[in-house]
Design a protein around this ligand. Sequence first.
Ligand SMILES: Cc1cc2nc3c(=O)[nH]c(=O)nc-3n(C[C@H](O)[C@H](O)[C@H](O)COP(=O)(O)OP(=O)(O)OC[C@H]3O[C@@H](n4cnc5c(N)ncnc54)[C@H](O)[C@@H]3O)c2cc1C
Length: 336
Amino acid sequence: MVDIKQNVSLQPFNSLAIPSVAAHFVELAQEQELPDIIAYSRARQLGLRVLGGGSNLVLADRVEACVVRNVLLGRALVDEDLDTVILEVAAGENWHELVAWSIAQGWSGLENLALIPGTVGAAPVQNIGAYGVEIADALVSVRAFDLQREDMRTLSNGQCLFEYRNSLFKSAENRYLICSMRLKLHKTFSPMLDYGPLQALKSKIGLRAEDVFDQVVAIRQAKLPDPKRIPNAGSFFKNPVVTGAVFQRLQRQFPDLVFFVVGSGYKLAAGWLIDKADLRGQFGAGGVGCYSEQALVLINPERASSSDVIAWSDRVQQRVEQLFGLALEVEPRFWT
Ligand SMILES: Cc1cc2nc3c(=O)[nH]c(=O)nc-3n(C[C@H](O)[C@H](O)[C@H](O)COP(=O)(O)OP(=O)(O)OC[C@H]3O[C@@H](n4cnc5c(N)ncnc54)[C@H](O)[C@@H]3O)c2cc1C
């Protein structure tokens, strides 16, 4: 019988350390427990909310749902050929530990995604990405329980509808409970070093995936606050993508505008926009504010409530809108 508890604090389970209580809470350690959890929720007319590491969430004071913390574990090599391996990884595995382990096995492809907090199961939800690589580049398929149809489905990479920080699982929120996924990694290392801080590695003779992994870890440790010390959810806003006309208008006004060309559009650095709006190192109610080293990271050092976090997020959006005429989109999911 599954152990479903009531009135459980979620503060230890979210990286912004927001004080929040789950009306109902259960840890999913085995897939066979799912029918009991679903039956419990249906009987009480509760929605199900899937929780991973809580590193991309803004929680309400009280979550009136059955919160299912995914702790499904397991990694297996399921197929290989001369050049590649296919891994099957359970959704509750820690993402960074998976990256470190795969590189130690001699398999590359995930090194640019080192040190991203959270679980494997959440990685496809917003198509995690860093330093020019996204999980979509390695993902073969996702095994997910469809809570609407009440059956297990295998979705191919194409069916996941991956985009920049977006996927089917984000748009059809709360429909799928991801249980595991297959990833394709490489036996021969082919580095992806286009992103600025990694370009210095291009000249290194005998470059290994471990070197890129170490460099990514070092950069991230220098740039991003450790949520255990300073609660945060990483980048709080997406980098806005604008048309050529909007880009030209802004570049005339702000010649030092930071941007990247993406297809026919321009991706603007949201951190730069917030910095330019004089919000870096500024704080509002509850001590919530923009991290002094990286304006894109909203921090909650005093462990304030979600209303303070949302109020600061609104303020950032308003200031950026006033100054640039751009609507910043938030990256974390709001459980309000
Ligand atoms: C310091 C820091 C740095 C970060 N850097 C990056 C970065 O470089 N790139 C990046 O992309 N992200 C980054 N993030 C954001 C975050 O780490 C990722 O979004 C991560 O994938 C969230 O994993 P999680 O397990 O904590 O998910 P949670 O926060 O628990 O959940 C996030 C969403 O996914 C859903 N979800 C979780 N597990 C499942 C599942 N098994 N099935 C279905 N839905 C599920 C939840 O319901 C929720 O909607 C950073 C965060 C922090 C705190």
